[in-house]
Design a protein. Structure first.
Length: 86
């Protein structure tokens, strides 16, 4: 019985992590491709919000600092691309 409870908990945790990963993926998608208002809201969450951002990342099983570093690289590339077009 304990083995079944442990397995169920692991499965539920995996499902919860998948759900939060989907939330992060959706937010990144909005930041990259969404309408201007959604882009700004997503950017605020991804780069300026420390409390909720960290909670969501930890719930997704993602290191928030590592993700933010990767997102900063994307933002720098986007900024560089926009500057080179002007």
């Amino acid at each position: 019985m304990l083995a079944n409870m442990t397995h169920r908990t692991e499965t539920e945790e995996t499902a919860v992590e998948k759900l939060w990963r989907a939330v992060i993926a959706s937010t990144v998608e909005e930041w990259v491709n969404g309408p201007l208002r959604q882009k700004r809201e997503a950017e605020r969450f991804l780069f300026d919000d420390d409390r909720d951002y960290r909670t969501v990342c930890y719930s997704a099983g993602i290191n928030p600092d590592h993700l933010r570093v990767r997102l900063e690289k994307i933002r720098a590339r986007q900024t560089g691309d926009a500057a080179s077009r002007n």
